[in-house]
Design a binder for this molecule. Structure first.
Ligand code: SAH
Ligand code: SF4
Ligand code: F3S
Length: 479
């Protein structure tokens, strides 16, 4: 399944297409049923797969129907205000359901749970369980507690938890592509961002458990893994030695290499890279292995150095441009690059906004996720800076950024026309069962006639036309 062919996403679009319902149906008699719905970033979706595994061990079966569920979990996001509003609306709807079935347990998991803690119980009477991102092993106990009629809360943030030993249950999977969390939390303090408060301190997962998981996926027929973290380039793991010391440290470039060498037929992607941390080592490792996809998500957030400074991104416009140049030098102009941009951050002037547009002109991103600034309570920006750009100005600037990006996505896709691309087939295309779709190295969605190909195949597709979101062509050769 391609989750989205829509690559130009506005703030609301992004969340809309990220809401995926758990579809695994297990109607084993006698088991209690769990319905999980995930919001927000890929890490949250990945966490829901850990939650499903924890709950299965406690003898719960997952269901895709909330009407059948004994327990409903919403795995929530706090990144922008509208992400939280969406969850509050969902809770209203669940309220009607709960009136009909008073025994149903409702749990709020994830970032909103961590941000609001017990306040959530006061504000949303329907909620029985509040569970932060590091408390998922405790969920069966929390459910038991809630079943006795008490409210159950665990918002303890850990410095060690990585869920390394838990084999996630792949939810809504196409059987070909999967996400693997390699680290949790974030130690950066971007002033606009709530993540360090909702996810806690950064910690990296044992590389051998990452490789084991990737190997197992490959043996099960998966052909692509995406290594996930808020800032993958700061991955570092030193195994404990028997005498209580630290063993040889593994960094992100080394982890990438370990995963890439599992098989040349296993594609490796990763997200998200922070411009301050991505190293030449990572770029050279990408170049060395054909199966590490040539695509980097390198969020800039703004094109203006003063704004970047008050955002506390710790790089400036020139530094960012140098990183882009380095990527192009080592990996070539074809390497896919995408970004996140925020418009209307505190005190951003029209000229500073123009700098964002000119940075975009310089880079010509393949895709971008674009957002109007949304002040988050408790963040450094909320404490120290004034959210002083009027909503309509933020939105107008956002529209300008989106318009430029649409054009660039079109131009970048146009460059792909007339060339042959190696595509990993992910399944039927959204529009027609006579067509298949997959992605090329640069993460672009490619659609082509089905013929006798099937998901999991690698094919060479000659791209003959494109829209700003999709490449269209036909297979010229199998791989
Ligand atoms: N770790 C990633 C980002 C995770 S959050 C990184 O460092 O790039 C995803 C994106 O949401 C961010 O890149 C940013 O563009 C956006 N975002 C975060 N906080 C925001 C806020 N308060 N208002 C608007 N957009 C925000
Ligand atoms: Fe947020 Fe910055 Fe951490 Fe990304 S790197 S999660 S934007 S604090
Ligand atoms: Fe949202 Fe939490 Fe991810 S705030 S973006 S779900 S880390």
């Amino acid at each position: 399944m391609i989750t989205s062919t829509l690559k130009i996403l506005s703030e609301s679009d992004k969340e809309a297409c990220e809401v995926v319902k758990v579809s695994e149906e297990e109607l084993a008699a006698g088991k209690k049923r769990l319905f999980i719905e995930s919001y927000g970033c890929q890490m949250n979706f990945s966490d829901s797969e850990i939650v499903a595994a924890v709950m299965r061990n406690a003898d719960f079966a997952t269901t895709s129907s909330e009407d059948m569920a004994d327990v409903v979990f919403l795995n929530t996001c706090s990144i922008r205000d509208n992400a939280e509003q969406k969850v509050r609306n969902r809770l209203k709807h669940l309220n009607t359901l709960k009136k009909k079935r008073p025994g149903m347990i409702v749990g709020v998991l994830g970032c909103m749970a961590e941000r609001l803690k017990t306040k959530l119980l006061e504000e949303e009477k329907i909620v029985d369980i509040v569970a932060g991102p590091d408390s998922y092993r405790d969920l069966p106990r929390l459910v038991e507690e809630a079943e006795t009629g008490q409210k159950a809360v665990n918002v303890f943030l850990s410095r060690e938890e990585t869920y390394a030993d838990i084999s996630p249950i792949r939810l809504n999977s196409n059987g070909i592509t999967a996400y693997i969390s390699i680290m949790r939390g974030c130690d950066n303090m971007c002033s606009f961002c709530v993540v360090p408060y909702t996810r806690g301190r950064e910690r990296s997962r044992d590389p051998f458990s990452v490789v084991r998981e990737a190997k197992q996926l490959f043996d099960e027929g998966y052909r692509e893994v995406t290594l996930l973290g808020q800032n993958v380039d700061s991955y570092k793991y030193s195994p404990p030695t028997p005498d209580g010391g630290e063993g040889q440290m593994v960094n992100f470039a080394q982890l990438l290499e370990m995963v890439a060498t599992i098989s040349p037929d296993l594609r490796v992607r990763f997200s998200t890279s922070h411009p301050k941390d991505i190293t030449d080592d990572v770029l050279w490792t990408m170049k060395k292995y054909e199966n590490i996809c040539k695509y980097i998500h390198l969020p800039a957030q703004s094109g203006n150095s003063r704004v970047l400074k008050i955002m506390n991104r710790t790089y400036d416009r020139d530094w960012y441009i140098q990183k882009i140049d380095r990527i192009r030098e080592i990996l070539g102009v074809d390497c896919g690059i995408s970004t996140d941009m925020i418009t209307g951050f505190c005190s951003e002037t029209e000229e500073e906004h123009q700098d964002t547009l000119t940075l975009m002109e310089y880079v010509k991103y393949d895709y971008a996720y674009m957002f109007a600034y949304s002040e988050r309570p408790g963040t450094p920006a909320a404490k120290k800076l004034k959210d002083d750009i009027a909503e309509d100005v933020k939105k107008r600037r956002l529209q300008e950024v989106i318009a430029v990006q649409l054009q660039h996505s079109g131009e970048r896709n146009q460059l792909a026309v007339g060339k042959v691309h190696k595509v990993l087939v992910e399944g039927p295309s959204k529009r027609s069962d006579d067509f298949l779709c997959g992605r090329n190295d640069q993460n672009k969605v490619v659609v082509f006639p089905k013929e006798n190909f099937k998901k999991g195949d690698y094919v060479q597709v000659l791209v003959t036309e494109c829209s700003s979101a999709t490449l269209i062509g036909h297979v010229v050769e199998t791989v």
